[in-house]
Design a protein around this ligand. Structure first.
Ligand code: SF4
Ligand code: SF4
Length: 67
């Protein structure tokens, strides 16, 4: 199971999570959500160490961490 999940409809595309992730798990995706924002995606979920930095940084509570 992946330990990081982006709730794409909450994402405003700021990219903070992509910058802060120490394992380069996250990237900005190519698709836009219903609000028209390009949202972040977990490109390398197997690399996630569940440090929660991305979830703490996200201003829109768009990231859930499991594990
Ligand atoms: S929990 Fe940590 S390692 Fe996993 S995606 Fe977020 S910042 Fe990256
Ligand atoms: S920090 Fe949150 S709002 Fe910003 S790109 Fe990442 S998931 Fe989206």
């Amino acid at each position: 199971m992946d330990s990081v999940k982006i709730i794409s409809e909450n994402c405003k595309g700021c990219g903070y999570c992509v910058v802060v992730c120490p394992k380069k798990v996250l990237e900005m995706g190519e698709s836009a959500n219903r609000m028209g924002y390009r949202y972040a995606v977990a490109a390398r979920p197997d690399q996630c160490i569940a440090c929660k930095l991305c979830a703490v940084m996200c201003p829109d509570s768009a990231i859930e961490i499991f594990k």
